[in-house]
Design a protein around this ligand. Structure first.
Ligand code: C2G
Length: 130
């Protein structure tokens, strides 16, 4: 059983997120999403989410590609996550290309997948404001 993990805020869940999750799951059999907590978003990612962690978690758990949602509450948990969840492949959108290559040292494959252009949570908020 090939186990995949990805990380993110996934606020205002949109088709760009779904494209990422679908492609990540296609790389293996079991997809874990480490979901940024409200505190992590606010304190470290400078993101003020529209939906709370619990709401974002509920949305992700309803996505057919997602098998497990766990909290992401710091930048530094990735190495221990790889071992705790027996991860085979770490996946992120290519806006993060190169940033997590160090995880290869944990015996994990690292894959950066092309982002879906033209859509983002920020764009949604901006467009709705206009
Ligand atoms: N994404 C994408 N296409 C988009 C928007 C997002 O492929 N149009 C991908 C991002 O590249 C990321 C995932 O969807 O892999 C989640 O996006 P965000 O919620 O913006 O995640 P981010 O804030 O980048 O958090 O420790 C890692 C961080 O938690 C990543």
């Amino acid at each position: 059983m090939k186990r995949i993990i990805t990380y993110g805020t996934f606020d205002l869940l949109h088709y760009g997120h779904i494209n990422l999750l679908r492609r990540a799951k296609a790389l293996g059999d079991y997809l874990i999403v480490a979901l940024s907590t409200d505190e992590f978003n606010f304190r470290k990612k400078n993101k003020n989410c529209y939906f709370s962690y619990e709401q974002r978690k509920e949305l992700l758990e309803s996505v057919r590609y997602v098998d497990l949602v766990i909290p992401e509450d710091c930048w530094e948990q990735k190495i221990s996550d790889m071992h705790e969840y027996h991860v085979d492949i770490f996946v992120m959108g290519d806006d993060w290309v190169g940033k997590f290559d160090f995880l290869k040292n944990e015996g994990v494959q690292v894959a950066y997948l092309p982002r879906t252009p033209e859509i983002s949570t920020t764009k949604i908020k901006k467009d709705l404001n206009n």
